[in-house]
Design a protein around this ligand. Sequence first.
Ligand SMILES: N[C@@H](CCC(=O)N[C@@H](CS)C(=O)NCC(=O)O)C(=O)O
Length: 181
Amino acid sequence: MITELRTNLVELFREAGQAHHAAFEAADGDDPDWPIWYADYLQAPFAERLDMSFNKSQLIYCLMNADFEHQARSPDSDWAEFYADELLERCAPSATAAEDKLTLYHFTGCPFCSMVTANIERLGLDVELRDIFEDPRYRDELVEARGRATVPVLRITSPNGEERWMPESRDILRYLEKTFG
Ligand SMILES: N[C@@H](CCC(=O)N[C@@H](CS)C(=O)NCC(=O)O)C(=O)O
């Protein structure tokens, strides 16, 4: 289940963070090669405890990418939770995506939405389309979840009912390609 997997990932990231802190205490935590250190630390427990196998270079790439996105998009958020979400969304989507239900909030004539719907068609995906101007309830759902009506937004619902709301056409396109492409 994704919630359990996410919780375990967050725990492992925290554990790695503490071990790294202890190892580099004398250097005040400074380690320019930290992604290599973390990849070394995490590779075996990811495979053994979470059944998520990465080769080391994949892991280094994912860690660097997570760090970049964290600093750029959400520097005040909890880093371990952010890294876990990034890993699940960008690096290991197939571990969780097969059973998910996808819903796209959009409207006709929105160019960002068209890019996404064109790719949904190209990939032959089963995605429910909710046009926010065709049915005001769809717009209300979106505003309730996100506090704004900007589209496109992809809602990803896992079998246990947990929902993730993914805005930004670029992120949606990347997610769809990585997961189903
Ligand atoms: N950066 C966003 C831009 C999305 C965007 O500007 N959407 C427009 C429609 S094409 C919108 O929803 N505007 C109304 C609003 O923001 O409330 C993306 O790439 O998804």
